[in-house]
Design a binder for this molecule. Structure first.
Ligand code: DP6
Length: 347
């Protein structure tokens, strides 16, 4: 937890709050918005929150300040990252009726912008910390909706283990549509999963997921078929989770992810996140299955591959992946906790 004052001129302190959240990896993906301003997705999605790579965020109101001050890993945030945090604070200010600027300090332990969902943990932690600092009383569902407005996938990191994000409906007013889209926990029976994460390139991505999903929706002839099949994937995923059937969970996750990447490859111009090393890991996953190990791959907006398996197999899967891509770093994650407040003061 980061409690020291950020660098820069001293600003007299107001209420403050610190929160922590973990990234999540979608097993049925969110890819495409039907409303960009409200972050309403085209499809439902379902994810596992991890127990590694937490983000810790402190928000302190600065009544005398003229601007928000945002730091990321101890350095002033710039560009799009800063703009998104400030836009999020505007929303919280509008809802709380408090116009005060804020000092936001974020510590990410996951490589930022590398397709490892740092925006999910980042905005989930920011939602919890900002809501507390600005005095917005919110239950977990409301926090999930709020986090969604920073980054869609953040709605799911509010909850631990498995979470389903409802796309919601759009028939009525904007406020009704907003209310209808949030995540909630999904209960599983007797599943002891691990995700083996191969970080193949920790550098920032060439095309942001936001831009890539927009382009896919606008131009890919494969998008609509994938979105339709995603409904079946979700139903099959929920049934598999209820049964505690890891192989079925993995099969659905893998086909859903490959389908999502197919939609992007068919976009104009194409978006290709997978690198040669990603395909090498996919080959090692096939080999593991031939050897009788239940291992299934999923990939997001970057070259990294996450391999779902039983926790008891995680060591063997990690060794196989390490052997396949000696240059990469490999991490083992289990299901992790939801976002939570660590500290609150001055209110
Ligand atoms: C491929 O939540 O990062 O990881 O809502 O535009 O911030 P924005 O996008 P973001 O997209 C995540 C896409 C994904 C799939 C997923 O997590 O479901």
């Amino acid at each position: 937890m980061r409690t020291e004052q950020p660098a820069g001129p001293h600003v007299p302190g107001g209420p403050a709050a610190t929160a922590v959240a973990h990234p999540n990896i979608a097993l049925v993906k969110y890819w495409g918005k039907r409303d960009e301003e409200l972050f309403l997705p085209r499809t439902d999605s379902l994810s596992m929150t991890l127990d590694i790579f937490p983000t810790t965020t402190r928000v302190r109101l600065a009544p005398a300040a003229e601007h928000d001050r945002v730091t990321l890993n101890g350095r002033p945030a710039t560009g799009e990252a800063k703009r998104r945090v400030i836009a999020f604070l505007e929303l919280v200010r509008e809802r709380s009726g408090t116009a005060h600027r804020a000092v936001v300090d974020t510590e990410n332990t996951v490589p930022t912008g590398a397709g490892l969902a740092s925006s999910a943990s980042g905005f989930a932690a920011l939602a919890v910390a900002a809501a507390a600092a600005y005095g917005l009383e919110q239950d977990a569902t409301a926090l999930s909706r709020l986090a969604r407005r920073g980054s869609g996938s953040a709605s799911r990191s509010v909850f631990g283990a498995f979470a389903l994000w409802h796309a919601g409906h759009s028939g009525g007013t904007a406020a009704q549509a907003d209310l209808s889209s949030y995540a909630e926990p999904v209960h599983t029976a007797g599943l002891d999963p691990a995700l083996v994460i191969a970080v193949l390139d920790a550098g920032p991505k060439a095309v942001s997921s936001r831009e890539a999903m927009r382009r896919t929706l606008d131009t890919s002839p494969l998008y609509e078929p994938w979105a339709r099949s995603s409904t079946d994937d979700l139903a099959d995923m929920r049934a598999a989770l209820r049964r505690g059937d890891l192989d079925a969970v993995g099969e659905v996750a893998e086909r859903n992810a490959l389908g999502m990447h197919a939609t992007m490859l068919a976009a104009r111009p194409a978006v290709r996140y997978l690198a040669p090393a990603s395909l090498t890991v996919l080959d090692s996953v096939l080999q593991l299955r031939r050897d009788g190990i239940g291992a299934y791959a999923t990939m997001d907006a970057g070259p990294n591959v996450k391999v779902l398996c039983r926790r008891t197999d995680a060591g063997r899967v990690a060794a196989a992946v390490r052997g396949a891509v000696p240059g990469g770093s490999v991490h083992i994650a289990g299901p992790g906790p939801g976002a939570r407040l660590l500290a609150r003061d001055g209110r």
